[in-house]
Design a protein around this ligand. Sequence first.
Ligand SMILES: Nc1ncnc2c1ncn2[C@@H]1O[C@H](COP(=O)(O)OP(=O)(O)OP(=O)(O)O)[C@@H](O)[C@H]1O
Length: 282
Amino acid sequence: MNLNEDLVLEDVTVYPEADRTRTPILRGIGLRIGRGEWISVVGRNGSGKSTLIRTIAGVQPAHEGVVRRGFAGDEPIPYVMQRDHQWFGETPREELVFWLEMRGEPASRIRDKVDSALAAVGLAEAAERPLSQLSGGQRQLVAAAGCLAADAPLLIFDEATSMLDTAARRLVFGAVRAIHASGTTVLWLTHHQEEAACGDRIVALHHGSIAYDGPPALFYYGEAERFLGEFGDSGSGAAPCDALGFEPPFAVRVARELMRHGVRFGRLPLTAEQLADEVKAG
Ligand SMILES: Nc1ncnc2c1ncn2[C@@H]1O[C@H](COP(=O)(O)OP(=O)(O)OP(=O)(O)O)[C@@H](O)[C@H]1O
């Protein structure tokens, strides 16, 4: 594994069941992922998000094009999915010990690795509690801790929080943000634009192709100058987000409305906190 190299997809196409006579699930994907990035992946149902993630994770081969795995290495990357996966242990600790034993981790290192992975997701106290007594959010954190303990080079969440209530979603999101702050690369697939807006970069899929790859502000506001200067009455069509049929985060909708009424912002807000800061700054 070359830790300094990006993970790169060049002109990648994937067909259903490798059948090249069928309409591709992914077509002509070009993507470069650097270490330490947080990339939000958005797209409507069936746009190819999970297939893209599976290709990046190394469990779905590319039928055309090139995948250079760079820092992600040759091993398939474990990832956290929407629904509870199959559990092997009775408690978070047993689950992680099982994962590490399966990977052939030396017994002498298992305890430390399990302790630090559980601590990283805030589950140190719950290490010995039965998994059946944990909340949905906590169970996803156990799965995330499993990825961490396994030294996954990328932390991948495939709509993991979509079945959770707001509090549990915040719990998972907050824990992953803390892990990211310490340098881990994160790929976060979501239907929640509020969550997508928090990443460094948004990749939007549309019918199996990348329709947008860039900063969140440009995705939700379009060309900022144009938006700030002459945003029209309808307010639609200016931003990639609108063109692709997504509803922007609440803070963006409020900011756009304020801009329509002549309010000007120094920095385009993406979250409620940023909007509040901008309003306070006057
Ligand atoms: N093995 C397969 N055979 C046939 N079609 C497939 C196969 N795998 C995926 N597809 C189709 O490819 C498209 C993309 O699927 P994928 O699961 O990657 O999309 P997605 O964006 O993750 O969707 P969702 O948001 O609904 O989970 C879908 O229309 C799906 O039905």
